[in-house]
Design a protein around this ligand. Structure first.
Ligand SMILES: Nc1nc2c(ncn2[C@@H]2O[C@H](COP(=O)(O)OP(=O)(O)OP(=O)(O)O)[C@@H](O)[C@H]2O)c(=O)[nH]1
Length: 342
């Protein structure tokens, strides 16, 4: 069949900050490449630089949407970027990685709008859940982060309970029960390093996201995305709208601070500084040159866990760090960073 007549399947990767979406995206791209399929990617970052994109192969067609979240500030651009990718590159599949602060409901709407203009079809909403973080949020029991995580879980057609190496088996059982209360339909897979059979991920439950599932009553705790529950959607239109309004604003508490570095820093001082980050800075990533090593490093920090990887980025990539958290004091953070520079 002529590629232009085919429908391009779209997979949306959702999940809170640092849950393992990029790790999954990389696996997906490897699987697509191994199967001889051509993927295209839309990556969205809250910060002004796409650090995750550096890890993705240069030959993958990618649209970067930076400095805002596709579910609101740059939402209008998503459809356009998708259509451009499809038009120009005729991919076999399209993967969209949203920021961890995004509410999938709004992105699903935007994909729906794009599908009216081009043959693209949302196949799965894959929500990656950080087991340890969900556990901590559940223990706290309130707050915008907890509500957003719940929303992301509700909208999923497939759920990945990731980072299960950081919880015990009984704790993972408990978390699955909690997730089930919010989403009764999506299969749940436990993973470490988002390791899952991608073929399976593409096959399972494949009608759910595209609106073909017939559901005669809205089950308690069901997804409110309105894409898989067409009956309920009409009956509860007003309620849906209220939920939408609320959800649309539910992540405004999350903020990003992008900091460029003019000089290399000491690696030990850097690790020490990361250990002193305030609790409300729960995610950070960046690329740095150290005074005491010859290679450059990419760092990833999620909920107190710091990983450093040697990298050799292509092209001009500045030394930069992006810090993401809730209502944190930028001045306090800047002070920590200045101390680092000596
Ligand atoms: N312990 C543990 N760490 C993991 C696991 N999966 C991913 N990580 C680490 O968690 C960090 C965040 O992973 P990413 O894949 O970048 O998460 P993300 O959801 O794309 O993050 P954002 O783009 O900030 O929303 C990285 O340092 C990963 O190496 C896991 O199963 N266990």
């Amino acid at each position: 069949m002529d590629k232009r007549e085919r429908t391009v399947p779209v997979y949306l990767l959702s999940g809170f900050l640092g849950s393992g979406k990029t790790t999954l995206l990389k696996r997906w791209l490897e699987a697509a490449e191994a199967a001889g399929r051509k993927p295209a990617v839309v990556m969205n970052e809250l910060g002004d630089v796409n650090l995750d994109g550096i890890e993705i192969g240069r030959d993958v067609r990618m649209a970067e949407m930076l400095g805002g979240c596709i579910c609101c500030t740059v939402r209008g651009d998503l459809g356009m970027e998708m259509l451009k990718l499809v038009e120009e590159h005729e991919p076999d599949l399209l993967l969209i990685e949203s920021t961890g602060a995004a509410n999938p409901m709004d992105i699903i709407d935007a994909i729906g709008d794009a599908s009216m203009l081009k043959r693209v079809e949302l196949k799965q909403v894959v929500t990656v859940v950080d087991a340890k973080h969900l556990q901590a949020q559940r223990d706290k029991g309130t707050g915008q982060t907890f509500r957003l995580m719940k929303e992301q879980i509700r909208c999923a057609t497939v759920l990945i309970l990731n980072k299960t190496d950081l919880v015990t088996d009984p704790e993972a059982d408990e978390l699955e029960r909690l997730i089930r209360e919010w989403n009764r339909f999506a299969p749940i897979y436990r993973t470490v390093g988002s390791q899952i059979d991608i073929g399976l991920l593409e096959r399972i439950n494949s009608e759910a996201a595209s609106g073909r599932t017939e559901i005669t009553e809205e089950p308690e705790g069901a997804c409110r995305c309105g894409h898989s529950h067409s009956h309920a959607e009409h009956e509860h239109a007003a309620h849906e709208h209220a939920a939408h309004e609320h959800a649309h604003h539910s992540h405004e508490h999350v903020m990003a601070y992008t900091r460029y570095f003019d000089h290399p820093v000491n690696s030990e001082a850097f690790e020490e500084m990361m250990g002193r980050l305030p609790d409300n800075v729960y995610r950070a990533k960046g690329i740095l040159s150290f005074t005491d090593t010859s290679s450059r490093f990419m760092f990833q920090y999620a909920y107190k866990q710091l990983d450093l990887m040697k990298i050799n980025p292509q092209g001009e990539v500045p030394d930069v760090a992006v810090f993401i958290g809730e209502h944190f004091d930028r001045a306090e953070l800047e002070l920590l960073i200045r101390q680092l520079a000596g």
